[in-house]
Structures are given as structure tokens and as C-alpha cells.
Design a binder for this molecule. Structure first.
Ligand SMILES: Nc1nc2c(ncn2[C@@H]2O[C@H](COP(=O)(O)OP(=O)(O)OP(=O)(O)O)[C@@H](O)[C@H]2O)c(=O)[nH]1
Length: 419
């Protein structure tokens, strides 16, 4: 059995179907559904009948047509990403293929890890998480005007009239950009920016000043105090929108590399704990539970010793992918250490979280990991704890860790619950 394949399939068009059987099996074992087509008409019919995640075309063409012949028809049916894989694609051919609608290139034979990374990036980009924008301005007219423009563009907006309340909003709403007035009765926007920059977890959130200030000197002073950009109030709405989109996109890209573990793309240890602390403080004011699970692959040393480190890495990546598919959000999963992972479950009781983790455990145990011609299976053990009164993040982690230790002692491949 393969990983739960929730996504649309990758469609591959090639005349060398037999040479990609291994690639197809590997992708399936990572939970990516794949369909392979030798004939142009079959590929186009499949695109007509269903939604595809992406299309991968062999630069050497299909059995009954060159790649350049397939693309115009294909592009009429499919607006998503089209990758093209070739042995020696010259720059001029790549440009010609791009003009026909190819969005990315790869080397042939296709490296499964490179392809998986590309597909995961495409999935991530396709999730359409709306931008979170915090507006801090004492003027009701300005906040209403700015909110309206941004909300109409599909963004999530919160407004704050008193800048002194900003830290609660930063923790709860976790904005990806702050649009801040420069002159407010309680304090200056530049002073507030300086204060925000004192906190490492908010140090990278972009701050764009909104002001009627046209003096370049005053603008530069505000920027030197921690602002990223300066927008004049009452300008064209297109300019405001463009500035927000460009700034948040750049922030998202930077943040991805700053916070993620290189092998799995999950939150690294530091940012997982930071996320847990934020979730705990968000839960503090609501009477909802918060559970936390620690997950550790069983006998992983043996996997490395018997199959090699590269296969071990593949097992780690498969588990990361499976957790991403089955956890509430990619922002709530982390790689805690080598073969150790953690998942945060806001709003779930300990028993419900343990049930979810047990479903993950069963799905992972059923996965087949390829090793040359053969395949191996692996299992994990887990410990789940729920946040108690006045419990800190460190105490919650410790409780889950103890439950994990009990699950290991009780024979592994099971989920333990902290008492
Ligand atoms: N391939 C690979 N191995 C890793 C990575 N990080 C840690 N490991 C290995 O994971 C293994 C962890 O082994 P142990 O902590 O002894 O535990 P275990 O063998 O999983 O046994 P139990 O946890 O008791 O079931 C060590 O051999 C590490 O070298 C990694 O990124 N890639």
C-alpha cells in the first residue's frame, strides 16, 4: 500500500514508458499519484477528463508527436505547471519551449528527489494561503479604506487603532506584513517599529509605513528605525496592492528558508518550539485544548546500517511528506532532530490527537520504501500530551517525550499518552 494520495496526479508524457517504471514506483511510494502516457491523444484526453497537479513532458517527445507539437493543444486544456525533462536542452530550445508554455526544466533521466522537491514546491504555492495584513492606524477612515482594498484582493486583514496593543495582535494573528501609520497619539510608528525589532520572533516581519509625510529625510529616518518601505497615504490602490504583494511574497520566500529544515522542508527545531509557544499563548485566552505529539522512527540505526544512509534519508523524507498530508497544517509540523518529528494539534483533546497520530502511524507502517530492487518498511512510535493549566512549552514537550519513551519500552510501533 502507498501513502494516502490526496493530491491530483502528475501526468507524464513520454515515448520511453518502460524507462520510467522505477520513477513511477518511487513517486507512488512517496504518495504522488502518477499516470504515464505514450500517445499524445491519450495524454490530452486525460487532461480533458480530470484535474492534474502538473504535467511532465519528455523533451524527446511522445510516440506520435514532438513535444513542440503537443504543447499548444495541451496548454489550451491545462493552465497548471508543465515541466520538461531533456538530456541536453540548449538555452535556445528552452526559450522556444517556454514560449509554448513550459514552466520549468529538468534533466533526463529524472532524479526522483529533484522531481519531488519541485512537486512539493508547486503544491505549497498552490495552497493559496491568503496574506495576513495588520494595519495600525488611529484613523478609522484610513483603516477602512486600506482594509477594503486588501480584502477585495482576498487578503486577511486586522486593524488596530492603538499601537500599544500591537504585541497581542502579533502573537495571535501572526501578520506577514504590518502597515503602520507614522504619527499616532500614543507613540510614533518609527518608535513602535524599533520596539518590534527587539523581539527575535517578529524581527523579520516587514513593516511598511503609511504616511502623508513626503519629506525624504523623515522617510529615511523612519526606515532606519526598522521599517522596510514607505507608502504615501491616499495613493492609487494598485500601488498599495503591488507593494503588499511584492513585500509578502519576498517575506514568505525568505521565511521559508530561514525556518525550514533542509532535508524535509518541515519547521526546524527552533521554529517548531517558537510555533508551539505562539500556539500556547493563542490558546491561553480560549478554553480549547492543545495537544502535542513527539514521533520517533523505530530502530532507525538498523535502517541506516542495513540499507545505507541515503535510504535512511528517503525514509525520513517519506515520513515528512506523510505528516504534511495528514497533519492539520504544514506550519504545525517540525523535524525535532534526526529521526524525530513533532506535530502540534491546536483544538484537539489528547485522545483525538492520539487517534490522529495512530492513523499516521498505520499509514507510515504500510509504506514501502524502495532500496534498489527491493523494498523495506519502517514504523514509528509516538507520545502525545495535552497542555495543562499553566504548563510551559518545555513542560508539554517533556510530557510528550516521556509518553514516547513509554511507547518505545512497550514494544514500539504504537502511540503512548502522557498521564
Ligand atoms: N539517514 C539518516 N540518519 C540519521 C539522520 N539523523 C539521525 N540519523 C540516525 O538515526 C539513528 C538514531 O538511532 P538511535 O537514537 O540509536 O535510535 P533508533 O535506532 O532509532 O532506535 P529506537 O529509537 O530506540 O527505536 C542514528 O543512527 C543516527 O545516525 C539523518 O538525517 N539521516
Amino acid at each position: 500500500m502507498n501513502a494516502p494520495a490526496t493530491s491530483s496526479p502528475l501526468l507524464i508524457g513520454t515515448s520511453r514508458r518502460e524507462s520510467i517504471e522505477l520513477l513511477q514506483a518511487q513517486l507512488s511510494s512517496y504518495g504522488f499519484p502518477v499516470q504515464v502516457f505514450g500517445r499524445k491523444s491519450a495524454l490530452l484526453a486525460a487532461l480533458h477528463a480530470q484535474t492534474a497537479a502538473a504535467v511532465l513532458l519528455d523533451a524527446d517527445g511522445l510516440e506520435d508527436g514532438a513535444t513542440e507539437d503537443v504543447l499548444p493543444l495541451l496548454r489550451r486544456l491545462f493552465q497548471g505547471p508543465v515541466l520538461c525533462a531533456g538530456t541536453e536542452l540548449t538555452v535556445s530550445r528552452q526559450i522556444a519551449l517556454m514560449r509554448l508554455g513550459v514552466t520549468g526544466f529538468m534533466s533526463w533521466p529524472v532524479d526522483v528527489q529533484v522531481l519531488i522537491d519541485r512537486l512539493e514546491q508547486l503544491e505549497e504555492a498552490g495552497r493559496h494561503n491568503p496574506y495576513r495584513v495588520l494595519i495600525v492606524d488611529d484613523s478609522e477612515t484610513v483603516t477602512r479604506w486600506v482594509s477594503q482594498i486588501l480584502q477585495q484582493a482576498g487578503m486577511q486583514v486586522r486593524s488596530l487603532h492603538n499601537p500599544l496593543d500591537i504585541f497581542i495582535a502579533l502573537e495571535r494573528f501572526r501578520p506577514e506584513i504590518i502597515l503602520m501609520d507614522v504619527y499616532m497619539p500614543e507613540c510614533g510608528g518609527d518608535e513602535m517599529a524599533r520596539l518590534i525589532r527587539q523581539h527575535p520572533q517578529f524581527d523579520s516581519v516587514p513593516i511598511v509605513f503609511l504616511s502623508t509625510e513626503t519629506s525624504r529625510g523623515r522617510q529615511w529616518l523612519a526606515r532606519s528605525m526598522g521599517g522596510d518601505d514607505f507608502l504615501i497615504k491616499n495613493q492609487e490602490s494598485e500601488e498599495l496592492l503591488a507593494s503588499v504583494v511584492i513585500t509578502v511574497e519576498r517575506y514568505r520566500r525568505l521565511r521559508h528558508w530561514m525556518t525550514r529544515d533542509g532535508l524535509t522542508g518541515l519547521l526546524d527545531h527552533t521554529h517548531l518550539i517558537q510555533q508551539l509557544e505562539m500556539q500556547i499563548s493563542a490558546t491561553a485566552t480560549q478554553s480549547v485544548p492543545l495537544s502535542y505529539a513527539m514521533i520517533d522512527i523505530d530502530h532507525f540505526k538498523q535502517v541506516n546500517d542495513q540499507h545505507g544512509h541515503a535510504v535512511g534519508d528517503r525514509v525520513i523524507k517519506s515520513l515528512a511528506r506523510l505528516l504534511r498530508q495528514m497533519a492539520p497544517s504544514a506550519d504545525l509540523i517540525g523535524r525535532y532532530g534526526g529521526e524525530e518529528f513533532a506535530v502540534i494539534f491546536p483544538g484537539l483533546s489528547q485522545i483525538r490527537a492520539a487517534q490522529r497520530v495512530d492513523e499516521m502511524r498505520a499509514a507510515f507502517a504500510a509504506l514501502k520504501h524502495l532500496d534498489g530492487g527491493g523494498a523495506l518498511q519502517a514504523t514509528f512510535s509516538a507520545g502525545v500530551a495535552v497542555l495543562g493549566n499553566n504548563m510551559s512549552a518545555a513542560q508539554l514537550v517533556e510530557a510528550a517525550d516521556m509518553a514516547l519513551y513509554q511507547a518505545k519500552r512497550a514494544g514500539r510501533n504504537q502511540v503512548g499518552m502522557a498521564s
